[in-house]
Design a protein around this ligand. Structure first.
Ligand code: PEP
Ligand code: MG
Length: 626
């Protein structure tokens, strides 16, 4: 059928434009041809509108059928047809694939045409598709010509193109001096001290790491494109000192162009032009409005700085579920005070250093409270192992020694003393506050004073600061730290003649906390599921290293997807569900949320809704997805 002469043919058509969503029949056909001739591209097909002139009766009948099909399926149709001697045959119809932009417009138009409800419209847009509207993308034509030279984990969406730099300092220097306009930071892995360099980079590519490693989590928070763990499946050599990087035989030096796609994990060894993010016309806002109207879960954001907070708020976040404020310790002079605190060998010195950190923290918290306009803000207390804050470069160690009047050898000995074989299971989280309660006391002071100050400036808001104690596994350790918080907070609130309320809660991120959630809830006024650590500790594999072997697990069909990206509902989810129930048995009004990276993953969000959490909290750019 189709190739029996000039009154026959074949074609493909969409009832609406799958690229833009415009309401008009789009398609192509070939006279005297079969389907394969269209697909093979040997002949150039004609636009469907020409059929109107060539075979008006067939065209009219096709339009009539297309309309009928769309009305029946109540969605844009992708149809294939054949004409045999002036007789039209429909071969196939299905809901058409579409770009994010088209998905939004079609959903809105179908509501306006009375074909679907607002709720259905929300369900018509694939959440992950929104990423393409919220982040820069490669120019489609430029991408076609580019060669993929390697692949890593799609750790933070969007596309980036820039000149390679190997250290965060270089990134900062090159961009600030204008020597390079756009840089891509290529590193073995990133650490908290790379924060400023990450901020000025178009994209971040790391050799090591997984979906919840530092680079991935921080890049997602910034809305910056990131491909992590490219060393897992490729032949990679990196020498940050010599400033060279080799990927599957392609050699790069500082200043070479590279392009990365954080939505697919693809790496291109050349400059591929990008187009800026474009959430489009009013369709995005309309759809989000409907989502807000019908959803029951609240959506909070993970935000470490006033800037992130404002970004999350702009996307509609109703609060902050996690402020990893330690990320702010690296800016400017702060790190000095932090290091002074860490190397202090007695409580007196530690308190002195903490007193220097306290005004920075208070200022940051005030900025965050202001940005959130009275919405709930959960500040998590210091969590990372202290070794993450100490200098690694000889010059920096020297400087620190000079600053503190200690010998280089002394400082080195202290740093060596912080070494742990398993830092993620080591001296971190509330364990820091148990050993050094003065840290928790300082952070409480900063939180409460900031809230009082903002309350005074904004009597129209009701400030109820929320303090979150991380990595709790035993109710008594929570109680110990909570006592420090409560005694410090009450004293400040009383001295200020205020009746401000505050809450103390915990993260559920250690399996033991989930197992004993009924006990934990006696002390915790809220739970926030830290599913990054909970996944790490439930599976017993490291969030930073699992990328190395997970590939083999997908190949062998043991796991389908990365449990650090998509919540393992069977195992980790069971702990979440159980802890939520146990917690509410003790405290019926226990406020429950999630702040691990899963809080912005569509299927995990659905799970959170189903097990009765009150909110999900995710990085600002994932708020619309959530
Ligand atoms: C978590 O563990 O899920 C969490 C949110 O904390 P972090 O990622 O900072 O360890
Ligand atoms: Mg954690």
């Amino acid at each position: 059928f189709g190739n029996s002469g000039d009154r026959s043919g074949t074609g493909v058509a969409f009832t609406r434009d799958p690229a833009t969503g415009a309401k008009k029949l789009m398609g192509e056909y070939l006279i005297n041809a079969q389907g394969e001739d269209v697909v093979a591209g040997v002949r150039t097909p004609s636009p469907i509108s020409h059929l109107h002139e060539q075979m008006p009766e067939v065209y009219d009948q096709f339009v009539e059928i297309a309309t009928r099909l769309e009305n029946y399926f109540r969605d844009m149709q992708d149809m294939e047809f054949t004409i045999e001697d002036g007789h039209l045959y429909m071969l196939q119809t299905r809901n058409g694939k579409r770009t994010a932009q088209a998905a939004l417009q079609i959903a809105c138009d179908l509501v306006d045409e009375g074909m679907i409800t607002e709720q259905e419209a929300v369900l018509r847009v694939e959440p992950k598709q929104l990423d393409t509207l919220l982040h820069p993308q490669f120019d489609a034509a430029a991408l076609k010509a580019a060669e993929v030279v390697g692949k890593g984990l799609a750790a933070s969406p969007g596309s980036a193109c820039g000149q390679i730099v190997f250290t965060a300092e270089e990134a900062e220097e090159m961009v600030k001096s204008g020597k390079m306009k756009k840089v891509v930071l290529v590193r073995l892995e990133t650490s908290p001290e790379d924060i400023v360099g990450m901020q000025v980079s178009q994209g971040i590519l790391t050799v090591r790491g997984g979906m919840t490693s530092h680079a991935a989590v921080v890049a997602r928070g910034m809305g910056t494109c990131c491909v992590s763990g490219c060393g897992n499946d490729n032949d990679v050599k990196i020498d940050e000192e010599a400033k060279t990087f080799e990927l599957n035989g392609h050699k790069f030096v500082e200043g070479d162009w590279i392009s990365i796609d954080g939505s697919t994990g693809n790496i291109y060894g050349e400059a591929v032009a990008t187009v800026p993010a474009d959430p489009g016309s009013g369709y995005f806002g309309r759809l989000m409005g409907w989502a807000d109207k019908y959803r029951q879960l609240m959506v909070y954001t993970n935000a470490d700085t006033p800037r992130d907070a404002a970004q999350g708020r702009a996307f509609g976040a109703q609060g902050i579920g996690l402020c990893r404020n330690e990320h702010m310790f690296f800016e400017g002079e702060r790190i000095k005070a932090m290091r002074e605190m860490i190397v202090a060998d007695n409580t007196e010195d530690r308190k002195k250093a903490l007193a220097k950190i306290m005004p920075y923290q208070q200022g940051d918290f005030e900025g965050i409270y202001e940005a959130m306009e009275g919405c709930p803000v959960t500040i998590r207390f210091l969590d990372p192992p202290l070794h993450e804050f100490v200098p690694t470069e000889e010059a920096d160690i020297k400087l620190l020694a000079e600053d503190l009047g200690k010998s280089v050898a002394d400082i080195k000995a202290i740093i060596a003393g912080l070494h742990e074989f398993n830092p993620m299971m080591g001296h971190r989280g509330c364990r820091l506050a148990v050993t050094y309660p003065e840290i928790a006391a300082m952070q409480t002071r900063a939180v409460i004073k900031a809230a009082l100050a903002v309350q005074a400036r904004h009597p129209e808001w009701t400030m109820v600061p929320e303090i979150m104690i991380p990595l709790v596994g035993e109710v008594k350790e929570l109680k110990y730290v909570k006592n420090v918080v409560v005694s410090t907070a009450d004293e400040i609130i009383k001295a200020a003649n205020s009746d401000m309320k505050y809450k103390v809660g915990t993260m559920i991120e250690i399996p033991r906390a989930a197992l004993t959630a009924d006990e934990i809830a006696k002390e915790a006024e809220f739970f926030s599921f830290g599913t990054n650590d909970l996944t790490q500790m439930t599976f017993g594999f490291s969030r930073d290293d699992a990328g190395k072997f997970l590939g083999a697990y997908y190949d062998k069909k043991i796991y389908e997807s990365d449990p650090f990206a998509k919540l393992d509902q069977t195992g980790v989810g069971k702990l979440v569900k159980m802890a939520a129930q146990l917690g509410r048995e003790t405290r019926a009004d226990l406020h429950l949320g999630i702040c691990g990276e899963h809080g912005g993953d569509p299927s995990s969000v659905e799970f959170c809704h189903n097990v009765g959490l009150d909110y999900v909290s995710c990085s600002p750019f994932r708020v619309p997805l959530a």
